[in-house]
Design a protein around this ligand. Structure first.
Ligand code: AMP
Ligand code: MG
Length: 487
């Protein structure tokens, strides 16, 4: 077999150059036998990388971090964070590295980052490693989110390291190669603020403005405009999560991005039965990150960002607080507008429909779903047939069909478009029982079910014959679902 010549993978180091106080030069641990398990070829092309080369042995070494391209300066990033409400001043990449920044043919600058690449000085008690199952889970769910139109970090690849990692049992180890607009988090600002170095905080804000919200540079008060842009991006992001039934599971401030991308797919899951009090994470005992709490938590996290940014907002602290409070109030309005716009699309209603009417109808539909614990995804999708005059598939999910029929009558009077319903409501999401089945098989050496599920969720809106089981809720014996962090 001929080996493709080494293509030029150019990795920049702008973060490390502009914010050296938050960038610790570091290298990945050696992996005994790096082998590619999955590669997102479409994303590789977007980044201007050669998928064939990435699939070979040199590509696997790059994606595992064991061969660093010339000129790259990998770093572990420092950040702080509120974890379940408690402030931790020093978290940082304990098992991750920013390999560098990559500019695709479209001119976009993005981070290439590794997770599971060995201990760093931020590792605390952790082993710095990651197991194959959880890394494939991030690959699968982030791919699904992207296909669903939700802003998200992406997974370029998962590479098996050939090294076992010790969890409850020994498991195959892996490294995830993640691509993101950046890895700046609310926790990055908290870290900079906690150092007391105002110049660092200012440079961080400038870096964030330039990479994510360049229009803020033209505003009268650029840091305030940055804060408002982050709040708007988070409002729109969390509205999408809510409408899809996504439960992030660990919305700590270190897992809340400045770009507005979903990050960190540890304990996340999609709702089957609609119930806003649903919690999947094994460590979320108080239900802090329950599905229905997510908008309030996002606002709480943004309040922590405002606190961290306070000295930049105004030199007079009282005035700075007033500005922050006023901007934070805008989150609720932005969230409600985004949610209502998304709900209108899901109900297939015309653009001019009164938003108050849309919100009331959508909330009423959710309330109807909740009592019988009806399946969220298939119930919304069944609105397409109902718009065409066949409400039977929808009625099957309900107990009280009288209330449902009454709702359907009022909704149909607004002339819903069935095609629009189909474009806004996925048939296929990564359902918990399917994810578990796929990861279990992959961990045992068979990636077939994983590859099939990945293919299904890459085209979530398009009905395909033979995929009925991927659109169906979990069988009753699947039971209560539990997910885990930091795996
Ligand atoms: P997460 O819950 O994944 O957002 O991680 C929170 C923090 O724990 C971050 O600082 C991670 O780098 C760190 N962490 C998680 N798992 C490990 C591990 N196995 N080894 C070292 N650090 C870890
Ligand atoms: Mg994290």
């Amino acid at each position: 077999m001929s080996v493709a010549p080494h293509p030029a993978v150019v990795l920049g180091h702008r973060f490390a150059d502009e914010l050296p106080e938050m960038a610790l030069p570091w290298r990945a641990e050696q992996a005994p036998d790096p082998r590619l398990v999955v590669l997102d070829e479409e994303l590789a092309a977007e980044l201007g990388l050669d998928a064939r080369w990435l699939s070979g042995p040199d590509g696997a070494r790059l994606l595992a971090g064991t061969a660093v391209p010339e000129g790259a300066e990998p770093v572990a990033q420092a950040y702080a964070g509120h974890q379940f409400g408690g402030f931790v001043p020093r978290l940082g990449d304990g098992r991750a590295l920013l390999l560098g920044e990559i500019t695709g043919p479209d001119g976009r600058l993005r981070d290439l980052h590794l997770k599971g690449s060995g201990r760093t000085p931020f590792a605390r008690g952790g082993d710095g490693l990651a197991a194959l199952g959880p890394m494939l889970r991030e690959h699968l769910v982030s791919t699904a989110m992207h296909a669903l139109g939700v802003p998200t970090t992406r997974s370029l690849a998962v590479v098996a390291t050939g090294r076992a990692v010790q969890r409850e049992t020994p498991l195959p180890g892996a490294v995830l190669a993640r691509v993101a607009a950046s890895h700046l988090r609310v926790g990055s600002f908290q870290y900079a603020r906690a150092t007391g170095d105002l110049d660092l905080l200012r440079r961080l804000a400038d870096h964030a403005i330039s990479r994510h919200h360049p229009a803020a540079a033209e505003a009268a008060n650029p840091p305030l405009a940055l804060f408002e842009a982050v709040a708007a991006a988070q409002a729109s992001l969390v509205a999408r999560w809510m409408l899809l039934g996504f439960v992030h599971g660990v919305m700590n401030t270190d897992n809340t991005t400045i770009s507005g991308e979903t990050i960190d797919y540890g304990p996340c899951a999609f709702l089957d039965a609609y119930d806003p009090s649903t919690v999947y994470s094994s460590i979320d005992h108080g239900g802090r990150y329950a599905h229905g709490n997510q908008p309030a938590v996002a606002q709480w996290n943004l309040a922590r960002l405002a606190e961290a940014m306070l000295p930049l907002l105004h030199e007079d602290e009282e005035r700075a607080v007033e500005l922050a409070v006023a901007s934070l109030d805008g989150f609720r309005t932005a969230y409600e507008a985004a949610w209502t716009a998304g709900a209108r699309a899901k109900l297939g209603l015309p653009a001019g429909t009164d938003p108050a009417l849309v919100a009331a109808l959508a909330e009423e539909f959710l309330t109807l779903l909740q009592a019988p614990r009806a399946d969220l995804t298939s119930s919304f999708r069944a609105l397409a047939a109902a718009a065409r005059g066949d409400a039977e598939p929808l009625r099957r999910n309900f107990l009280d069909v009288d209330a449902l029929d009454d709702w359907v009558r009022r909704w149909r009077a607004l002339d819903p478009d069935p095609g629009a319903v189909e474009r806004a409501n996925p048939l296929y999401v990564p359902r918990n029982h399917l994810v578990e089945e796929a990861l279990e098989a992959a961990t045992a050496g068979d990636t077939g079910p994983f590859q099939r599920l990945l293919d299904v969720v890459r085209a979530p809106f398009e009905e395909r014959p033979g995929l009925e089981r991927y659109a169906a809720p979990a069988p009753p014996d699947f039971g209560a679902y539990r997910t885990f962090c930091g795996t």
